[in-house]
Design a protein. Structure first.
Length: 797
């Protein structure tokens, strides 16, 4: 914690001390404009104060007797030196000089409670003493001197400078480049500052509120939340699991600059000399100030006045102080009393105004309250004809009373300068008359500091939002945006507008879609990309094709109204799954053709040219033909066998079904090519007598399915001779003397290469044949008888 030692050596003798030590965390005052704190040079005493001369202290702090900076002189009647610390501090000690009548040090905490009292012992003429305080948590120190004297070498310890960082890196309404080097945040926050300001956030987990303008944002490391705001923004989430919003703001508004504003009485309704007022609300630019009369007792009255007022000492900033604009309150008797309120729509700071003409028997009390209605410290710098009082227990005077007499509205002796550091939300001014002398006071225009607030009302932009590494969540929101998930399992929502959404590597989920959007899930890494159209209403997928990777599809989503009309579409590629109210379209069965020979079979791949918009697996559930038999095979083909001997053109009607139960029917036109059929030769029977020929019509019972003319091309018999006649008959002549069953084998031809063979069985009846005497020869001698066996070679059939 910083140690501070105030020696006043940086000031000149005669300087009135007020805000010179603000950078050291303290403001020094006295509560009296007549006796302000002043620097006195102990090496060169002035004003006849030789008892303040030293050789070791140099400049010291006194209460001025008459505000004369040319001849500094301490006030013989004493008074208070008030030290108001910006933050509760530890007061160690100070040096007291020539405090011949002693004094008291009172120390207060932030709540205004007295926490310690230290007595200042009598130092004797020109004596010195160290006053040890050793008190912590001091918000206000009052050093009350009972007579003349000075103090020096005030030693105190301030806390570390407050860390105003809120963990939110804020942009402006302009075109910002927000990266690790960005230093435009009003609270001093940086990208990747390795801090953990907000509970639950990691060292480099940034919240970026870029606000308006066309911003470029690089969030860097950590799990960042980026609110790009309005404008055409470019965001790179970098590493980590980031959340990126294309057009939203973190808080909806951002802090601007601090400006000086004022409540001006001359801008109030009915303003004019001695015109009455019952209260009003005035917009000062960034706040609304409401003036109210809480009550008026007796003959008290409230008006406006236009006569000149004392306005010196009021910090107006860039505002103009009007010295003829005031609120006039008059008691009109000792029973008169009025209480007024100034209420601010938002807290303000560094409030200043004057209350003039507190003369006669007038008395005024000023109280200020924060947003929680707690009383807060005010500072009153009163003229020499006024006496200060503390009536509310809050450190410092809050009331002032006239010491009597009258003067003009511009007299500093009957005026009090009111300063309220704040933040303040409400001020009450009580005007009272204590005695018989009438009182009328004037309140000048009221000046204050207000933090401006800039709202981001700009249009949604056409943003480029990149998630980078990590599992990112990106919301494009309004505008025509480009979303790039990058590496990791990302969730991307395009929002309104015509967006391009790229999932990149990983298992990405792309939520929603609008007419004109383009979606690419990507193929790299552990890839399984989902297009989630839940809540987008009815849609169908058309032109869906299997991608090269074999596990994703590309196509077109068509959004439908309740009547099935197309209202818009988006294109997608590399998507593994589509969720939502998808309308499953039926398959498209396309006609086929086939050829087969008569009396043969053909297997037809009827599904080969059939399609399904969702790429559902298709099944043949029925197939029939009027001219043959159709068998549905397990592999989705059909086998057609035409009816026997049928040829010509026929059809197969088949029905297919998709996975959702939708069906479609198509036709296969089958050309059955004619094939020449062999003739059918049927066996015959005939009869004849032995050694007698017979003619047989063998073709009489033979057939040809094709109607071809038949001819006998061959006929043979082992039992006789067969002759093929020109008329297609055959003549069979049995072998001589043959009787019994003879067979004839004959072949018929249709003339087209077809033949067939049959058998004719001929019953040959037996006939008695004469004997066959065969000549004989014999040899004998002349005149010698010979015996001849003439029957030896004779036969009988």
């Amino acid at each position: 914690m910083p140690n501070v030692l105030l020696t006043f050596e940086d000031l000149q003798a005669g300087d009135i001390v007020n805000g010179q030590y603000a950078s050291d965390g303290v403001t020094i005052s006295s509560g009296s404009s007549s006796n302000p704190p002043m620097v006195f040079d102990t090496d060169n005493p002035t004003g006849g104060d030789w008892d303040l001369g030293t050789s070791n202290l140099g400049n010291v702090l006194i209460l001025s007797e008459d505000r004369d900076s040319n001849d500094p002189d301490d006030n013989a009647g004493g008074g208070k030196l008030i030290f108001t610390f910006d933050e509760p501090s530890e007061v160690v000690n100070f040096r007291a000089l020539d405090v011949e009548e002693g004094g008291t040090v009172r120390l207060y905490n932030e709540a205004g409670q007295l926490i310690k009292t230290v007595q200042i012992s009598n130092t004797g003429n020109n004596g010195q003493t160290t006053v040890n305080i050793n008190a912590e948590g001091v918000a206000r120190m009052e050093v009350e001197l009972c007579g003349s004297g000075a103090i020096d070498n005030i030693c105190y310890v301030t806390p570390e400078a407050a860390d105003d960082r809120d963990g939110i890196v804020e942009g402006s309404a302009g075109n910002d480049i927000i990266d690790a080097g960005y230093d435009g945040d009003p609270d001093g926050d940086f990208i990747d500052a390795n801090d953990e300001i907000i509970a639950g956030e990691g060292p480099n987990d940034d919240i970026v509120d870029a606000f308006g303008g066309d911003d470029t944002i690089s969030a860097g490391e950590g799990n960042d939340d980026v609110y790009a705001g309005s404008g055409d923004d470019t965001v790179d989430g970098g590493a980590g699991d980031d959340i990126i919003y294309g057009d939203s703001n973190y808080g909806g508004q951002t802090g601007g600059t601090t400006v000086r504003e004022s409540l001006n009485w001359d801008e109030a309704p009915n303003f004019g000399q001695h015109h009455n007022t019952n209260g009003f609300t005035q917009d000062t630019g960034n706040v609304d100030v409401t003036f109210s009369i809480l009550y008026e007792n007796g003959n008290a009255d409230t008006k406006f006045e236009t006569n000149d007022q004392l306005v010196s000492g009021i910090d107006s900033g860039s505002e103009t102080i009007e010295n003829n604009s005031s609120l006039y309150s008059v008691t009109n008797g000792d029973s008169g009393r009025a209480n007024y309120e100034l209420a601010f729509s938002d807290p303000v700071e560094n409030v200043q105004f004057r209350i003039n003409d507190i003369d006669g028997d007038g008395a005024v009390r000023v109280q200020a309250f924060d947003a929680n209605n707690n009383p807060i410290t005010i500072e009153l710098d009163a003229g020499r004809c006024l006496t200060l009082y503390n009536t509310d227990g809050v450190p410092g005077a809050d009331a002032v009373r006239s010491d009597g007499g009258y003067s003009s509205d511009t007299s500093p002796h009957y005026s009090v300068l009111v300063t309220i550091p704040g933040p303040v939300s409400r001020i009450e001014i009580l005007h009272d008359q204590i005695g018989n002398e009438n009182s009328g006071i004037n309140v000048t225009d009221v000046f204050f500091d207000v933090d401006t607030v800039v709202e981001d009302n700009g249009p949604d932009g056409n943003d480029t939002l990149r998630g980078g590494a990590g599992n990112d969540t990106i919301y494009g929101e309004g505008g025509n945006d480009r979303l790039e998930g990058g590496a990791g399992n990302d969730t991307l929502t395009g929002g309104d507008g015509i967006d391009t959404i790229l999932g990149g590597a990983g298992r990405d989920t792309i939520i929603g879609g609008n007419d004109g959007d383009t979606v690419d899930g990507g193929t790299t890494g552990d890839d399984y990309d989902v297009l989630d159209l839940t809540g987008e209403g009815l849609f169908r997928v058309v032109n869906e094709t299997l991608d090269a990777d074999g596990d994703s599809t590309s196509g077109t989503v068509e959004f439908l109204d309740t009547d099935g009309n197309v209202t818009g579409s988006l294109e997608f590629t590399e998507i593994e799954q589509i969720l939502g109210d998808r309308v499953n379209q039926g398959p498209d069965a396309n006609d086929d053709t086939a050829n087969v020979d008569e009396d043969d079979s053909v297997t037809i791949n009827v599904l080969g040219n059939d399609t399904d918009p969702e790429n559902d697996d298709l099944t043949v559930i029925d197939a029939t033909s009027p001219n043959g038999e159709v068998v549905i095979n397990a592999d989705g083909t059909v086998t057609f066998t035409p009816d026997a001997d049928f040829n010509g053109e026929t059809t197969i009607t088949y029905t297919i079904e998709d996975e959702a139960g939708n069906t479609d029917t198509a036709t296969v036109v089958v050309t059955v090519e004619a094939v020449n059929d062999d003739p059918v030769a049927n066996d015959d029977a005939a009869s004849t007598n032995e050694d007698e020929a017979v003619t047989i019509d063998v073709l009489g019972n033979d057939t040809d399915v094709d109607g071809d003319d038949l001819t006998v091309t061959d006929a043979t018999s082992p039992n006789g001779d067969v002759v093929i006649n020109a008329d297609g008959t055959i003549t069979f002549t049995p072998a001589p003397d043959f009787n019994g069953d003879a067979t004839i084998t004959y072949t018929v031809s249709d003339g087209n290469g077809g033949t067939d063979t049959a058998t004719v069985t001929v019953a040959v009846g037996a006939v008695n044949d004469g004997p066959d005497a065969i000549d004989d020869t014999a040899t004998t001698d002349e005149d010698t008888p010979v015996e001849i066996a003439v029957l030896g070679n004779d036969t009988d059939p």
